[in-house]
Design a binder for this molecule. Structure first.
Ligand code: ADP
Length: 256
């Protein structure tokens, strides 16, 4: 039964898979650009070596590669958690390698991030977890009361709104973390192994949700080890190995 559901969800993703094409106000469509980005760590590890690529509006990108290839490093650079050793990273026209410390929280409002281990507040409810992301951004109570139930509905968790996050299934927890990532209507959603802890049915439900969010205009960057997901999506795949891009293909497949 569960197996059938997983196949049905997978099929639904295949049939819905039509690429959105949108342009920026200036007619261009590039939102993210890595320009000759390298990152070395003090132990002389070259985690990324001269990496360049562009991401356009509407894209859904899988980032794949074996362990140690540099995926997490790339994501930390994209979220401005770290700075590159050299090169530039432009997001919506801004070089994020030059952000001041005080500007980083504002950048984070434009970029949603979700993780394999969800990073929720376990003793708080679904509502409170999502509301918290707005509270720390100084939203008014009125804004919180209006926005939170709407976002929870988008991720399909209205019936669980009062449940404590520690009582939720893995798939439900990931939905909460997606809701939290969406509170500021980000242009970019970064998903770092979001299905790594999920069963196949929840995996496809989460991928379907990411797909829906992408359709509404948010770029999705999905770092994953899940070959079946990448191959089913038939979207762009960037493959990293030893800190370099070894392939970058539209409608790509998972290749190590
Ligand atoms: P992936 O996410 O693809 O598994 P990572 O980006 O985590 O790869 O790692 C790329 C390389 O950089 C690895 O050799 C790793 O050991 C090294 N590395 C990552 N983070 C650090 C760090 N903070 N300090 C030192 N080396 C690191």
């Amino acid at each position: 039964m569960a197996h059938d559901l997983h196949l049905k969800l997978k099929e639904a993703i295949r049939t819905k898979n039509a690429e959105a094409t949108v342009e920026n106000n200036d007619g261009s469509s590039t939102v993210i650009e890595f320009k000759n980005v390298s990152k070395s760590y003090p132990n002389n590890v070259h985690a990324l070596k001269d990496v360049s690529f562009k991401i356009n509006i509407g894209e859904f990108i899988s980032l794949v590669g074996p362990s140690g290839a540099g995926k997490s490093t790339l994501i930390r650079l994209l979220t401005a958690a770290e700075k590159p050793s050299s090169g530039d990273i432009f997001v919506a026209g801004r070089d994020i390698t030059r952000l001041r410390k005080t500007e980083v929280p504002f950048y984070h409002r434009k970029v949603g991030v979700i993780f394999q281990d969800f990073k929720l507040l376990p003793r708080k409810t679904v509502y409170e977890n999502v509301a918290f992301a707005l509270e720390v951004a100084d939203a008014t109570n009125e804004e919180i009361r209006e926005k939170v139930p709407n976002i929870i509905e988008i991720v399909g968790l209205t019936s669980r709104i009062k449940a404590l996050s520690e009582e939720l299934s893995g798939g439900e927890k990931q939905r909460v973390s997606i809701a939290r990532a969406l509170v500021h209507n980000p242009k970019l959603l970064i998903a770092d192994e979001p299905t790594g802890n999920l069963d196949p049915v929840s995996t496809w439900e989460i991928i379907e949700l990411l797909f829906k969010i992408n359709k509404q205009g948010t770029i999705v960057v999905l770092a994953t080890h899940d070959k079946e997901v990448v191959d089913t999506l038939e979207r762009r795949v960037i493959s990293l190995r030893d800190g370099s891009i070894v392939s970058d293909q539209n409608k790509g497949k998972y290749v190590l």
